[in-house]
Design a protein around this ligand. Structure first.
Ligand code: SF4
Length: 298
């Protein structure tokens, strides 16, 4: 831990030394275009802002940024195609310093709601996730979110890193080991019970930020909303996000009527539903980089 704090301190000092890192915070402008200038240089690790139904204008930070998706799941509905690379150990793919350098190149008038760690795979597989979250929070004032498949939530070091974020959106698509294996198709050593236990532990300790559970409904789990809602009750998130794959992938989305029926199974939890939420109009700083993170170009 001491070395992590030291390493983080070094990056923070460098971030301050860079100076001139711009800060912005969007006001309520759900239907107005977000202003944004052209990038001074190319962006390899930052992408978007994307128009997110959950987060608003979301500037992506991809700590993986590899040609091939890096993930320990192979979800039926993944928009990035099949998983071909699933590392056994966490490792550094993109340095924290490189991310900060790109932040320093962001146009001054780029207005964003949230900085989101996501991209071409599972962000917690990047060993420097916690370090980069802390460094980014030193130089920007927008909230920091992490989208995770929750596969490493049972690890204390990963939970510690995620505590640094303001928003954690964790995946929970199943209510049993068998369903988990059919939908998320994890690496053999990953167990559903460990994920649920990790989420409960995380919830217990994570009080300053928002924990959202994202549930992707497809044909495989469409009839299990009540059982999944039962699991959600035991984890006690701040929000439940009901999703179905509207972007092109191997699975067909459920209809609005089906999603409405599913939403009603979740009772009084604060809810977001993919069919109901508005999306802000945004202009992307990195059109091609954004499409790559959405599996539209390879
Ligand atoms: S966890 Fe995310 S990146 Fe990994 S396979 Fe599932 S949808 Fe794709």
């Amino acid at each position: 831990m001491a070395s992590l704090v030291y390493a983080c301190g070094e990056f923070l000092k460098k971030a301050h030394d860079m100076g001139n890192i711009r800060r912005g915070r969007a006001k309520d402008r759900r239907s107005a275009p977000v202003s944004g200038g052209e990038a001074k240089g190319g962006f390899q690790y930052l992408f978007g802002p994307v128009s997110s139904w959950r987060l608003g204008a979301s500037l992506g930070i991809d700590l993986l940024s590899q040609e091939k998706k890096i993930c320990n799941f192979d979800c039926l509905y993944c928009q990035l195609g099949e998983t071909r690379e699933s590392p056994e150990e966490r490792r550094v793919y993109v340095s924290t310093e490189a991310v900060l350098a790109e932040m320093n190149e962001m146009p001054e008038d780029l207005v964003i709601d949230v900085l989101t760690f996501s991209g071409r795979g599972e962000p917690t597989l990047a060993r420097n996730l916690g370090e980069t979250i802390r460094a980014v929070k030193e130089v920007r004032r927008e909230p920091v979110a992490v989208l995770t498949n929750a596969s490493l939530m049972n690890r204390e070091d990963v939970r510690e890193e995620l505590y640094c974020a303001d928003i954690v959106v964790a995946k929970l698509d199943a209510c049993s080991e068998a369903m988990f294996r059919r939908i998320n198709r994890p690496e053999p050593g990953i167990r559903f019970a460990d994920i649920v236990e990790g989420l409960k532990r995380f919830r217990f300790a994570y009080r300053k930020g928002k924990l959202a559970l994202q549930i992707m409904f497809i044909g495989e789990n469409r009839d299990c909303a009540k059982e999944i809602a039962g699991m959600v009750e035991r984890i006690v998130p701040d929000e439940v996000q009901i999703n179905t794959p509207l972007r092109a992938c191997r699975e067909s989305p459920l209809s609005r009527e089906e999603i409405d029926r599913i939403v009603s199974a979740f009772g009084t939890f604060p809810m977001l539903s993919v069919y109901e939420e508005e999306r802000p109009v945004v202009r992307s700083l990195t059109p091609e980089g954004t499409l790559r993170r959405r599996g539209k170009v390879h």
